[in-house]
Write a protein that binds this ligand. Structure first.
Ligand code: HEC
Ligand code: HEC
Length: 310
C-alpha cells in the first residue's frame, strides 16, 4: 500500500478537524474520499513473454476505460449510471472470469483475456483493437486500485482434464447433475434463465442479476468468460464471483463436469453443436441416466464393525 503509507507519513500535517471540533490524526481517520489518481503504483503484469507496466497505461485507461470504470477504478465513471450490469469495481478486486478457484485473484492472463474478449450481454466492449502491449499495461493498471494485489498472489489455475467423448450417455448424466445440483432453480428447467429463484437474485452490490439464458442466441451465442467447452467447464468449477452463481468445484468430479458441459450445450437449442447433433439423432429424447457405478456392498450384520475391524 505505498500510496497510503506516503499519505500517512505526513500524518502530522494531515490532521482532520471534525464538525464537533474534535481533532483526529490521519492515523485514526477512516479511509474516506477518492484515492489519489496521480500516484500510479509501480504495478506490473506478466502475460506470456509480455510485461505490462501500470505507468504506461495511464492515458489509455483515462481515454478508454475511465468513462465506465471510473478514474479511481470504483465503477463510478460518468456512463456507469446508464449501464446494466454495472462496470466492474476494481477497488474490491472481485472478478467474474477466472481460471482460479472462487475467492482468489485471477491470473494476469485471465484479466488480459477478459479485456480482449469483452463481456457478452453487457456494455463491456471488446478491446482487441488495442495492441497486446497496451492490454498488458492495462492489466497492470487495474491492479493499482486494490491493495489485495500487493498482499495476495493470484490463485492457481484449476486443472482441466482432457474432454471426455460426447455421447448420449454423457448428456444424460449431465442432465441428472443439472437436476441434482439444482442448477434449474436459477437457470430454469430448460435453461431459459427463469427458475423459481431467478427473479430474487442480486449481485454483491445489491443489483438485480439474471441467470444466464442458454436458449437465447444461435451459433454466435457465447458465455461471458469465453465460448469453448473448456470455458463452460471453468465457469461452474470456479464460480462467477460477485454474483449468486456458485462454484461447484467441491461437489463435481472432474470427469462428471464434462458430462454437465455436454448437457448445457443441448440447452443452447439454436446452436449447431456436436451435442445437439447427437440429441437430434436420438429424436431429441435424453434417456434417464442409469448409474452404473456399483453400489457400496451392504455388509452383512455380523461383519459390521464400527471401529474399523480387529
Ligand atoms: C461502456 C462501458 C465500459 C468501458 C468503456 C469499459 N468497460 Fe470494462 N466492463 C464494463 C462492464 C459493464 C463490465 C461488467 C460486465 C459484467 O459483469 O458482465 C466490465 C468488466 C470489466 C472487467 C472485469 C473482468 C472480470 O472478470 O470480472 C475488466 C477487467 C474490464 N472491464 C476492463 C476494462 C478495461 C481495461 C477497459 C478500457 C480499455 C474497459 N473495461 C472499458 C463496461 C465497460
Ligand atoms: C443461485 C442461483 C444459481 C445457481 C444455483 C446456478 N447458477 Fe449459473 N448463474 C447464475 C447467475 C445469476 C449467472 C449470471 C452471472 C453473470 O451474469 O455475471 C449464472 C451464470 C452461469 C453461466 C455463465 C453464463 C455466462 O454468461 O457466462 C453458466 C455456464 C452457468 N451459470 C451454469 C450453471 C450450472 C451448470 C449450475 C449448476 C451446477 C448453475 N449455473 C447453478 C445463477 C445460478
Amino acid at each position: 500500500m505505498r500510496v497510503f503509507k506516503s499519505i500517512y507519513s505526513c500524518a502530522g500535517v494531515l490532521s482532520l478537524v471534525l464538525a464537533g471540533g474534535v481533532t483526529v490524526s490521519a492515523q485514526d481517520a477512516p479511509d474516506i474520499g477518492p484515492k489519489s489518481p496521480v500516484m500510479v503504483k509501480n504495478m506490473e503484469s506478466h502475460i506470456g513473454n509480455l510485461t505490462g507496466y501500470a505507468a504506461a497505461a495511464k492515458s489509455d485507461y483515462r481515454r478508454y476505460c475511465a468513462g465506465c470504470h471510473g478514474e479511481y477504478g470504483d465503477a463510478n465513471g460518468e456512463n456507469a449510471q446508464w449501464i446494466d450490469p454495472k462496470p466492474r469495481d476494481f477497488t474490491i478486486a472481485t472478478f467474474k472470469c477466472r481460471s482460479t478457484l472462487t475467492g482468489t485473484l485471477p491470473t494476469d492472463q485471465d484479466l488480459y483475456n477478459s479485456i480482449g474478449r469483452g463481456f457478452t450481454n453487457s456494455n463491456m466492449p471488446i478491446w482487441n483493437t488495442l495492441s497486446p502491449q497496451q492490454r498488458a499495461n492495462l492489466v497492470a493498471y487495474i491492479k493499482i486500485f486494490s491493495p489485495r494485489w500487493e498482499k495476495e498472489k493470484a490463485g492457481d489455475p484449476i486443472k482441466i482434464p482432457a474432454e471426455t467423448p460426447v455421447t448420449l450417455e454423457s448428456i444424460a448424466h449431465g442432465k441428472a447433475l443439472f437436476t441434482k445440483l439444482e442448477c434449474w432453480k436459477c437457470h430454469g428447467p430448460h435453461g431459459e434463465g427463469d427458475g423459481p429463484s431467478a427473479s430474487t437474485l442480486t449481485d454483491s452490490k445489491d443489483q438485480p442479476i439474471r441467470p444466464y439464458n442458454f436458449a437465447l442466441g444461435k451459433d454466435d451465442s457465447r458465455f461471458k468468460c469465453g465460448n469453448t467447452n473448456q470455458d463452460i467447464y471453468k465457469i461452474f468449477m470456479t464460480g462467477v464471483d460477485g454474483t449468486p452463481m456458485p462454484s461447484f468445484a467441491d461437489v463435481i468430479q472432474p470427469n462428471d463436469a464434462w458430462d454437465l458441459v455436454h448437457f448445457l450445450r443441448t440447452l443452447q437449442v439454436h446452436r449447431h453443436s456436436k451435442e445437439n447433433d447427437i440429441l437430434l439423432a436420438a429424436h431429441g429424447v435424453i434417456p434417464p441416466y442409469v448409474d452404473k457405478t456399483p453400489a457400496p456392498a451392504t455388509a452383512p450384520a455380523d461383519n459390521k464393525s464400527p471401529s474399523g475391524g480387529h
